[in-house]
Design a protein around this ligand. Structure first.
Ligand code: GDD
Length: 410
């Protein structure tokens, strides 16, 4: 038996996700028409013998209540949200709920960051993990040397796959092999976290007694004893001790820290639906429905005019109305939006209840890493007829009656 834990973080994290995180916790922001956290959950559901899925975070319980109850009954696997009273760090959060997680004596604990987008090859990872016989197996991927420093960089033994060396977001280049934020652990991981925590307490006591505070490193001094990070505090010290191993994915992998990346990841998940859930993709069959290009998701309650042309890489949420002659490419259209006749939306996110006027254009270059590489309209933004919005971020409740480019409209 196994259980899965998905770390969802909390409201103080994910500030880079503004203005979209104003009214939805980031883990519930839709990618390919499904909440972000839905993708790792579905991957866990594909595992045999999965007893429980836990979401651990410090968002308010009520923000997850509806989603958790509907997904539990849909998947027929119990999904529970466990709320920390304060952030304990990625390993501390796991440890805080150890009794609940270990209730059914699982032999393995899957641990997944909620803000990564990948194919979650959990079955293959589990097989490798059993072969290695260690305490933990980390999913890793090769990325470009320039981008590696945004992640945990690591060195693995090319023959045994043992994790030999681990550094979190190093200033000088270590390796282009990085931590994907997806792990399998045996229950021994709780002992490892316990050790780190006991060591911390010891240090805190020494500090308390000693007047030589300056001898302590500033980072360890600032951390509360029960705040334990999986990467710095567990992976780094346990590397090279034959306890941690790596499994390299050759599939897609991205981190979802910004709205720009959510457009990219929505597209990646839509493409994955071709293989895993083709029934979720719009077919565009017959003359009565809109022209569909590539991978597109349209919520059943949305109304799309038959003369509209949609795709590739478009996701349309509940109660959206898309008018005649509209063109949508590579975008996320959130609930209750109206896109009026002949408007064009490209490389953009259109916020809940927004309205785009006739012959308007909302677009961007589509550079997912640039600050203004995709256009974002916050909740309830009105773009009037014939207005052009390019490479801009518009905060909620604004009305645009003039065209803008490369601007943040506050
Ligand atoms: N419940 C809870 N409590 N979750 C937390 C907490 C906490 O106190 N702190 C972080 N998380 C969650 C975040 O929501 C995220 O899903 C995951 O834990 C990791 O977040 P961070 O610790 O902020 O690290 P990161 O996302 O910058 O980088 C980590 O993930 C990368 C892969 O995406 C590191 O492990 C990197 O090495 C790794 O490359």
């Amino acid at each position: 038996k196994a259980v899965a834990v998905i770390m969802v973080g909390g409201p103080t994290k994910g500030t880079r996700f503004r203005p979209l995180s104003f009214n939805t916790p980031k883990p519930l922001f839709p990618l390919a028409g499904q909440p972000m956290v839905h993708h790792p959950i579905s991957a866990c559901k594909r595992l045999p013998n999965l007893a429980h899925i836990f979401l651990i975070g410090f968002y308010e319980e009520r923000e997850f209540a509806l989603y958790v109850s509907s997904i539990s009954s849909e998947l027929k696997v119990p999904v529970r949200y466990l709320k920390e009273d304060k952030p304990h760090g990625s390993a501390g959060g796991l440890y805080y709920f150890r009794n609940i997680i270990m209730e059914d004596n699982p032999s393995h604990v899957f641990l997944l960051n909620c803000d990564v987008c990948c194919s979650f090859p959990l079955t293959e990872m589990l097989e490798a993990h059993k072969r290695y016989g260690g305490m933990g197996t980390v999913l890793v991927i090769k990325v470009s040397a320039e981008s590696a420093n945004q992640f945990g960089e690591l060195v693995a033994d090319t023959i045994t796959n043992e994790l030999l060396h681990y550094t979190e977001k190093p200033e000088t280049f270590v390796s282009d092999l990085i931590n994907c934020g997806v792990y399998i652990f045996t229950p021994d991981v709780f002992t490892a976290i316990q050790e780190v925590s006991t060591h911390r307490e010891g240090q805190a006591n020494i500090r308390h007694l000693s007047s030589f505070e300056t001898l302590q490193s500033p980072t360890s001094r600032a951390l509360p004893v029960d705040f334990i990070r999986l990467d710095q505090d567990i992976l780094s010290p346990f590397a090279g001790k034959k306890q941690l191993y790596t499994y390299e994915t050759m599939d897609f992998w991205e981190q979802i820290k910004t709205p720009g990346m959510s457009v990219k990841c929505s597209g990646l998940y839509l493409a994955q639906f071709r293989l895993t859930s083709p029934h979720l993709l719009a077919a565009g069959d017959g003359t009565k429905s809109a022209t569909i290009v590539g991978d597109v998701y349209v919520h059943p309650s949305a109304k799309v005019h038959p003369t509209a042309k949609i795709g590739p890489s478009v996701s349309i949420s509940a109660n959206v109305r898309v008018g005649a002659g509209v063109r949508l490419i590579s975008c996320i259209i959130l609930d209750d939006v109206e896109v009026q006749e002949n408007a064009v939306v490209i490389n953009s996110i259109v916020g809940w209840k927004s309205s785009i006027g006739k012959w308007s254009r909302v677009q961007a270059d589509g550079d997912y890493n640039a600050k203004l590489g995709i256009t974002i309209l916050g909740e309830a933004v009105t773009v009037e007829d014939e207005v052009v919005v390019i490479n801009s971020i518009v905060l909620p409740n604004k009305t645009l009656n003039l065209s803008v480019q490369d601007e943040i409209i506050l």
